[in-house]
Design a protein around this ligand. Sequence first.
Ligand code: FIX
Ligand code: ZN
Length: 415
Amino acid sequence: METLKQPLTLSEIPAAVNDALGSVPFVDVHTHTFDAAFGSLLLWGLDELLTYHYLAAELFRARRDLSYDAYWAMSKTAQADLIWQELFIQRSPLSEACRGVLTVLSKLGLDSNTADLAPLRAWFKTQTPQGYINTVLKLAGVRKLYMTNDPLDPLERPVWEKGFDRDPRFEGVLRLDSALMNWPAPVPGLKALGYDVEEALSGRTLAEIRRYLNDWCARIRARYTAISLPPTFRYPSQDSAVTLLLAKCVFPVCRERGIPSAMMIGVKKLVNPHLRLAGDSVGKSEIETVEKIALDFPDVRFWITMLARENMHELCIAARKFGNVIPFGCWWFLNNPSLIEEITAMRLETLGLSFVPQHSDARVLDQLIYKWDHSRRVIGPVLARKYADLAATGWQVTGAAIRRDVEALLGREVL
Ligand code: FIX
Ligand code: ZN
């Protein structure tokens, strides 16, 4: 591979970047997909793709006359047919979520130019979950992905308790929203699992929550813990239960276990409850909270993603001040080409390679194909421009260096 060591000309840089992005297998550090052992929790196939909550939200914009109840009463097949007609056939599918469905079909070698979904559904019927996982991961260029695991989910927990041969490509992540948010709402669920917690955040309760965290981090082999937080999240706080629970339980357990604590900040839950999963919105969060946590817990690594575009630059600067702050991904409403481009350029310029550019946040397995294809198409040119800037200084840019850097950005385990 002598050529990889040769300095690249300016005109060779874009292709070298694309080669690296196309050949380095990625690690997807945040998804909502599942190992096939979880059965129906692993969502895949055309109807799941079309009824993804992003598209449901867009349907109600196209059909202001459609009642929420009427839609939710429909079968998934009927919902998918309606979405296809309204967002693809009646109107050009220009939104990122619509485009994503078409990218998946195209990468699978299927022709999306049809008003009738029957032939497409027939193809998906020929697939098996395990076989389709292999197909999707190969097409997405992903070697490993991180799940979002919730032991308080009554459908998920029994699978962990029964035990199963794990697919090493699916890593565990302990998600904490149901155990820590809206305290004391989690008390009955934690008690039912045998944790002697009470409404008052007593020493005993805090110790039992740390036991819950340790038990389940061990059982799922959690690579990190994660929690989504509202824009009003503050640290320190005199009256916030979740702030106390993070400081007294989560951060100490993450320190002891040597795993990151991921905080996903800025979601306003169910601003429109009629939209169900699609009902969440975004708010600007306070970066000082991130700075104070990083200062007070210097030996804990904090993987931070924020939901508001307005928080992106200050998160980069906070990360410059604190090496234990690792920005990751263009989350949710930021996972659009125009914003990925802006955010990735900003991060490269302020942080070099010390961040994680992207995760898919895929809720439906097939989405890995489009979320990574679209991200490569944006991140590639941004990276190429940065290497061209280097070459313009006389610095010798090589294919080997580009590959090494892409590995560091997107090919590494959660560190
Ligand atoms: O909190 C999260 O992990 C969010 O990503 C999800 O709740 C959200 O519904 C989603 O899937 C966004 O893409
Ligand atoms: Zn997510």
